[in-house]
Design a protein around this ligand. Structure first.
Ligand code: GLV
Ligand code: MN
Ligand code: MN
Length: 413
């Protein structure tokens, strides 16, 4: 890198002002944000992002999958694009940093490069992907852009087809428009994403920067335990076909099973819906939202078989019927070795202590890794909290991460 560029830094104050403004959109009283994909708050955050991009003098764009972009035409004519980004949606009642930091740092990098009038080989594009958090269809924006979206991905949205259709309509999208977002991989030079770690490892190791080596694979199912509604006061306990018993037994057994037979992998029952769902009615149906994660596809297959077998055992034990519905599967992804090296070099040049680590959280980088050189930068999460309003990263760490993003982008672009 040229001498003059090595002294370049992001404007931490400006980045912070953007961060605070964005965090006010969908803010919750306990200091988090509630911006599920394509909700009013999420759409407002996206409008704000485009306005901000235009104010800076960037080319604001939205593709058929609703991915929002700000483009800086700093590359050679007809050259490829280096993507920098993350997501502006949140899990329900989530934190302010997950996704937002990566998008705003990307915007800041473009602004710095523009101000300096730097010419690069590639264009730079700051991108906010649609539904990273899987409120509707997990990773739909990055799957669409990377040409991996298949009609099957849209068959069983996590929140049901009706909610998905309504959300698409309100956002001015449609199922067919999603497929128009695919890009030719030859036009993409790479993808970089800055994100909070969402765990404790960096802080425990005393490191300032994490360089992601791989991202975990994720699979999800809906599991329905089906019994019989009965009067909660008059039906004898031993005659009930209580769907909640099967669902609860399964939840406990799934934990034991994964801890015993799949050490280091994880399972989560994130929701249970009771039907009819009343104090005085024995539950007829309980639908369990099941997700499990592992670092390789074979392990995911083994976990799937073992967990579904366990659900069937628990259903039988309480005289229940069982229905299982596959929702989605995201394969694990390896981050590009050269990009990892570049991120390490940028960290070193900035005097930041770095280490290499795998990600147990899913990211859009997983989709991009299949079509272009991809890498991720982690910054420390205080207390390791994430997907909660307790999510917190020291501002200095956010700026460190943004500077690594800037310098890595300059090295790769
Ligand atoms: C995304 O944050 C995920 O790991 O679920
Ligand atoms: Mn995220
Ligand atoms: Mn998340």
């Amino acid at each position: 890198m040229k001498e003059s560029l090595s002294a370049l830094r992001v404007n931490g104050e400006r980045l912070r002002a953007n961060f605070e403004t964005l965090a006010a959109i969908g803010a919750t009283p306990d200091g988090g944000v509630h911006r599920p994909a394509l909700s009013d708050a999420h759409l407002e955050a996206r409008r704000w992002f485009l306005e901000r991009a235009e104010q800076i003098g960037l080319d604001a764009r939205v593709d058929g999958a609703g991915n929002h972009s700000a483009v800086l035409h700093c590359g050679r004519e007809g050259g490829p694009t280096l993507l920098l980004g993350s997501h502006l949606d949140s899990v329900p009642y989530g934190g302010r940093f997950d996704g937002a930091l990566g998008v705003l740092a990307a915007l800041e990098v473009l602004q710095v490069v523009k101000e300096q009038g730097i010419s690069l080989d590639t264009r730079l594009e700051a991108i906010d992907f649609t539904d990273e958090e899987g409120h509707l269809v997990n990773f739909v924006g990055s799957l669409a852009l990377s040409g991996q979206l298949q009609p099957e991905h849209l068959q069983n949205p996590r929140g049901g087809r009706d909610r998905f259709q309504v959300a698409l309509r309100l956002a001015g999208l449609s199922e067919s428009s999603l497929f128009s977002a695919g890009r030719n991989p030859a036009t993409i030079a790479g993808y970089l994403e800055l994100h909070i770690e969402q765990g404790m490892r960096l802080i425990e190791l005393g490191m300032q920067i994490g360089i992601v080596t791989s991202i975990v694979g994720i699979r999800s199912f809906k599991i329905r335990f089906i019994g019989r509604a009965d009067h909660a006061g008059t039906a004898p306990m031993d005659k009930r076909l209580d769907a909640a018993q099967g669902a609860s037994a399964f939840t406990l057994a799934a934990r034991e099973l994964v801890m015993k037979d799949f050490s280091g992998r994880v399972v989560n029952v994130g929701n249970m819906e009771f039907e009819p769902g009343a104090f005085n009615v024995v539950p007829q149906v309980v639908t369990v939202a099941l997700e499990f994660r592992a670092d390789d596809d074979d392990k995911l297959d083994e976990m799937e078989a073992a967990l579904l077998r366990q659900a069937s055992i628990d259903a039988q034990r309480f005289g229940l019927d069982l229905e299982t519905e596959f929702l989605d599967s995201t394969p694990p992804a390896h981050m590009n070795d050269q990009v990892q090296e570049t991120l390490a070099n940028a960290s070193k040049a900035l005097g930041l202590k770095h280490t290499f680590l795998p990600s147990g959280a899913g990211h859009d980088a997983q989709s991009l890794a299949r079509i272009c050189p991809t890498g991720m930068i982690f910054v420390p999460s205080v207390g390791g909290f994430s997907h909660s309003s307790k999510e917190f990263t020291e501002w200095e760490s956010c700026v460190d991460g943004a500077n690594v993003l800037l310098h890595s982008a300059l090295l790769l672009a």
